[in-house]
Ligand binder design. Sequence first.
Ligand code: CTP
Ligand code: MG
Length: 232
Amino acid sequence: MMKCTAIVLAAGKGSRMNSSVQKQYMELNGFPLVYYALRAFEHSCVDEIILVAGQDETGYCRREIVEKYQFQKVCKIIPGGRERYLSVYEGLRAADCDIVLIHDGARPFVTQEIINRTIEAAVQYGSGIAAVPAKDTVRLADDELTAVETPQRDRVWMMQTPQTFQYSMIRSAYEKVLEQQIQNITDDAMVLELGIHKAVKIVQGSYRNIKVTTPEDMDSAEAFAGRLEPYS
Ligand code: CTP
Ligand code: MG
């Protein structure tokens, strides 16, 4: 049997949210935001969950989230790093598994179908990245805001998480990228591309699988949370 571990990231500052409480701990329908992602993995086929929290917030997460809501699969709560990719690397170092799912704690509405699709692709192709087709046309611009390139819209996909990988592959890609001090890494797929020059496999995510980033996203999240089916 293959062992699957989910790394749930909650070590960010949430600066774009402009809130007093960090966004991952903001209340959504009576629960802290990160509760929803943990709940989805708790009820999934993954064997264990590693929660990556801020340096000073591991105790809070243990008491107020993991113990309070009795998440059985959370086996470690570890401090993250300065940037997202450094937090992921801490999670990878704490993991020991065949398949690893990397998920933003600020994405509350991941479903079992999405989780399973990313795992199936990772088993078959080495990676499975949840994503949705772009709805708007994307245009690349230079520093003067002059548009320089317009990719064909039906080829543009918006990356989400989970981003799921064969563990040994993503771990060595991370080590390469850290060694070479590559900058501006915004997702894990990039690490595979830049670290070991391997293309990732995209799988269907969902337009509801939003990352809560700015205050408007919290409005959408409230609307979606009201319609969530409970797990039995
Ligand atoms: N994250 C993390 N460690 C970091 C930065 C981000 O674990 N050093 C996590 C966040 O907690 C979030 C996810 O990675 O769940 C996606 O990052 P993002 O949406 O950018 O969150 P923040 O970095 O917290 O927000 P911002 O960029 O607006 O400051
Ligand atoms: Mg960020």
